[in-house]
Design a protein around this ligand. Sequence first.
Ligand code: KE4
Length: 426
Amino acid sequence: MNRSKTLFTEAKEILPGGVNSPVRAFSRVGGEPVYFNRGKGAYLFDEDGKAYIDYIGSWGPMIAGHAHPEVISAVQQAAENGLGFGAPTENETTLAKKIRQHMPTMELMRMVNSGTEATMSALRVARGFTGRDKIVKFEGCYHGHSDGLLVKAGSGALTLGEPDSAGVPLPIAEQTLTLAFNDIDALKTLFSSTGEQIAAVIVEPVAGNMGMVLPLPGFLAGLKQICEDYGALLIFDEVMTGFRVGLQGAQGLFSIQPDLTTLGKVIGGGLPVGAFGGRREVMECVAPLGPVYQAGTLSGNPLAMASGIATMSIIEQPDFFPDLEAKTSDFMQRLEVLASDRRVPLATTSLGGMFGFFFSNDKPISNFTQVLNSNTENFNTFFHHMLAAGVNLAPSPFESGFVSGAHTEREFSATLTAADSAFKNI
Ligand code: KE4
């Protein structure tokens, strides 16, 4: 009995590709998605009752583990008081204060409902504050699906951007310039010719959407300096890394103070929350204080705030991140040893509760070109072997993996046993 197959066939008749977000359709890895109907701790359970050790965690939010009792209880209590009032509530301030306690660069911030809304709004604020139109992003970094960010490099890195999706008007794409991640010289060259027109540089401080790629030493500091030199704003898109790579995010790990930060995922604990914020003088541009308009019916929703506050309270426990960092790093090191013993080239990375791996001889992988040269066929073979063994990995080589507070040695050793068997098939 494969109830997932039946459900997917039914879904494809009414949802594009049968999904509400493309990566879930298994287009990168082939085959068909598994339908889950329950999660608990480190596990998801499919429609036929099969258990999977989960390393997607709803793409990052489930850092406390699925259905954590404290999070569920907080959401239940909030729900009993109603689902939304369309008016300010105390918990919006409470969550904002929790965020700022760990990310003091977010002096003023606004809640939204997704990472896309957060980055789209941050770009508008940067343009409104600087009066400039151009934006710089990096190849392989993903910042959600707003028009100005679905852009790829033009024919030459210094030329105007081209749409990376149908439906994005060329004039909008041309305002976004795309460079190679970790190439600070290319950024200096671009700014020397165009710097006065650039409103902001947006970057995933640790790239998580081309697989996981760390910044090279000096890259982030170089971004910060160049932005300062030319009066552009530095936007850290920490939708994925925020409260995932550490309690202070990537900005704390790398001691960089961005002008604006965008957040999502963990701060909602699984419910729809995003946030953008930063320097007070910049954020005072935002309506109703200033001329940059931004709004949202469900922004600051009581259930989402309750879920975010409960999740933050769990990860603020003194031993949460030291334990998460240690077990995730140990997991990746053991995976790399197993691959090496089986003569399978594998490069792994981890920071906090975030990890990535590439089937590649390159070590480290530091840019999108190297990512594209990794062996995606090996990834697909590995992915399907692991899924059959009850291990749920991201269905794409260009994603990252996530460990929760609920993952224990029991899960890691079962995962590594399955991985060793998979490596024998590669
Ligand atoms: P959302 O609009 O999906 O909440 O956030 C967009 C976003 C912005 N910035 C970064 C760094 C992100 O990683 C994301 C979304 N991440 C993807 C995972 N690669 C979400 C999964 C999906 O698209 O279904």
